[in-house]
Design a protein around this ligand. Structure first.
Ligand code: ZN
Length: 290
């Protein structure tokens, strides 16, 4: 039987797993993201110790090069994360473990995981959005992950920003007040001086819900997803998902007649069925494509 390895490579930690799916996880490990050499060594040691595995799927923070025909396939490219720009990641794992490797974004991996086993099962078109330290999104169309030119970058869309209501300039080093710049966990902490997990201020969360809904409405209008799965640490705020759902209905303003923009909204904008394991399970699903 084929056994897969998965890595969800985040900016602060890596989740590694061996198995075939959510009901067959044979080993897991969490590694802190330090230097590329040290973190990759840790992941390789885990797979050598707990394996063997027949293929590895990697869902990584980016931007990254996931084009198999490119000479820099498997690289994390222009990331602002110190020490990680132009890191040869996918090829290094492939070389050291000697198995096929599939390399994609962390959010594309999560979108695939939710499609395979979670909230987007059997759908043709869906997307996964994470609202954590940053904001990212991955999409599936025709049951396949969207790559196109590079890979989707939902977090860097521009959304309306009324500076009279919210003079905060945003935290994106490239764009200031793009979606991630205004509504990520990093933005919340910078604007309110309190981490999202400790922020207890109703107007602040209403503003957050408004920004999240503005971005998701753009995604809905462009991608026409049958379901939007939204995870990440910021979404742990009780009641936030419901606020976002209400804002989306209000922003659509009756334009589309689908029931999901009325009573069906809670089944349309949903939490990940795989919870915080969507990414690492998605990496296992990715491995099956390697
Ligand atoms: Zn940006």
């Amino acid at each position: 039987m084929t056994v897969y390895g998965g890595i969800e490579a985040g900016g602060s930690k890596w989740e590694c797993a061996i198995g075939t799916g959510p009901n067959d996880l044979r080993a897991t490990a969490t590694l802190p993201t330090t230097t590329p050499a040290e973190t990759i060594d840790g992941a390789v040691a885990f797979f050598e110790r707990e394996g063997p595995v027949d293929a590895v799927g990697i869902g990584s923070f980016g931007p990254l090069d996931g084009n198999p025909a490119s000479p820099t396939w498997g690289y994390i490219t222009t990331t602002p994360k110190p020490g990680w720009a132009q890191t040869d990641f996918g090829r290094e794992i492939k070389r050291r473990l000697g198995v096929p490797v599939a390399f994609d974004t962390d959010v594309n991996a999560a979108a695939l995981g939710e499609h395979r086993w979670g909230a987007a099962r059997d759908l043709d078109t869906s997307c996964y959005i994470t609202v954590g330290t940053g904001i990212g999104g991955g999409g599936m169309v025709g049951g396949k992950l969207v790559h196109g030119l590079l890979h989707p970058e939902f977090g860097h869309m521009r959304i309306p920003h009324d500076r009279e209501v919210d003079p905060f300039p945003g935290v994106c080093p490239y764009h200031g007040d793009c979606w991630e710049g205004l509504a990520s966990g990093r933005a919340i902490e910078a604007r309110w001086g309190t981490p999202a997990a400790e922020l207890d201020d109703e107007p602040a969360w209403h503003l957050e819900a408004r920004y999240l809904a503005l971005g998701i409405v753009c995604v809905i209008c462009v991608l026409s997803p049958e379901r939007v799965v939204i995870g990440g640490g910021v979404m742990n705020r009780p009641g936030l998902l419901e606020l976002v759902q209400r804002e989306i209905v209000a922003l659509m303003n009756g334009y589309l007649s689908a029931p999901v923009f009325g009573d069906g909204i809670s089944g349309f904008i949903t939490a990940p069925a795989l919870g915080p394991r969507a990414g690492v399970l998605g990496a296992l699903a990715l491995a099956a494509t390697a």
